[in-house]
Design a binder for this molecule. Structure first.
Ligand SMILES: Nc1ncnc2c1ncn2[C@@H]1O[C@H](COP(=O)(O)OP(=O)(O)O)[C@@H](O)[C@H]1O
Ligand SMILES: [Mg+2]
Length: 265
């Protein structure tokens, strides 16, 4: 394993702390994730026609918090999640992590943050069909490391992947391909793949959207346990109020604006 750098928690909120991390090539352990957005605006164009999607969104997610973002289809939930995770850039406004602006960092630094800080899970899992569960979970490490570095550390990485797979309850499915897994198992696999890079913040877009309610409930229990026991900050998008209520707070999005913020669990 390459050298791990731990940031002094007292540095949190200091831009140079984030900067020093994003400048490093090696695997780094980030400070716990506090995320906020300031006056976010985002529009898409349909031909010449400008369609405003987010119209000044301010959200703050505390370190170790589990927040749901709810709203009707088309209200801008996924757009907001993508902006927070640096998968896209806002037209106006800022994304802050631990008080430091991160949306305007150079592309390379944004890549580093995306790979080291954020974990993503999606409604349709996005597993690679030709790879086994174990290979899917290890794939972010294969991408992160050079061939030589991966080869040298393959045993440790395999062990790490096996541990995480066992933790999400799939120890008996290691060699299965995604087509041989149930929906709930595929989402567990996607969660394991997100966890392998030791993210600080998990961004989940409709993680139960394709599952029956019992299986969805099991995935929610897993997310709640990762939040509670591993102090993972979670931002989850859903259109389902009963799912949303299982987080600590619910941010309600309507027509690109925050309509309300409710306490939940
Ligand atoms: N890449 C894109 N190009 C054009 N329009 C988009 C794009 N992404 C989203 N939209 C539009 O933005 C609006 C909000 O989308 P989205 O954030 O996906 O909503 P939600 O996740 O709440 O259903 C929708 O009207 C959608 O069609
Ligand atoms: Mg969406």
């Amino acid at each position: 394993m390459s050298q791990t750098q731990t940031i002094d928690p007292s540095d949190v909120g200091n831009r140079s702390a984030v900067q020093s991390v994003v400048n490093k090539q090696e695997t780094v352990k980030m400070p716990k994730g506090q995320i906020s957005t300031v006056a976010l605006e985002k529009s898409y164009f349909k031909g010449q026609h400008k369609i405003p999607v987010l119209r000044g969104v301010e959200v703050a997610v505390n370190e170790g918090e589990f927040v749901s973002i709810v709203g009707q289809s088309g209200s801008g939930k996924s757009t907001l999640l993508h902006l927070i995770g640096l998968l896209d850039t806002p037209d106006v406004g800022e994304i802050l992590m631990n008080g430091d602006r991160i949306d305007d960092l150079p592309e390379k630094s944004r890549d580093q943050l995306r790979n080291h800080v954020f974990g993503f899970i999606f409604q349709f899992y996005h597993l690679l069909p030709e790879l086994s569960l174990l290979e899917n979970v290890m794939s972010p490490l294969m991408i992160r490391h050079s061939l030589w570095s991966f080869w040298k550390q393959r045993r440790a990485m395999r062990e790490q992947a096996c541990e995480i797979i066992a933790k999400v309850g799939l120890g008996h499915r290691m060699k299965h391909k995604p087509s041989e897994l149930s929906g709930g198992e595929m989402q567990r696999a996607a969660i394991a793949r997100a966890l392998i890079t030791k993210p600080t913040v998990l961004l989940a877009d409709e993680p139960t959207g394709n599952l029956d309610s019992d299986t969805g409930g099991e995935i929610m229990d897993l997310l709640a346990s990762l939040n509670e026991h591993d102090r993972l900050t979670i931002v989850m998008v859903t259109h389902d109020d009963s799912i949303a209520r299982q987080a600590h707070r619910i941010v309600r999005l309507k027509e690109g604006r925050i309509e309300a913020v409710d306490r939940a669990a």
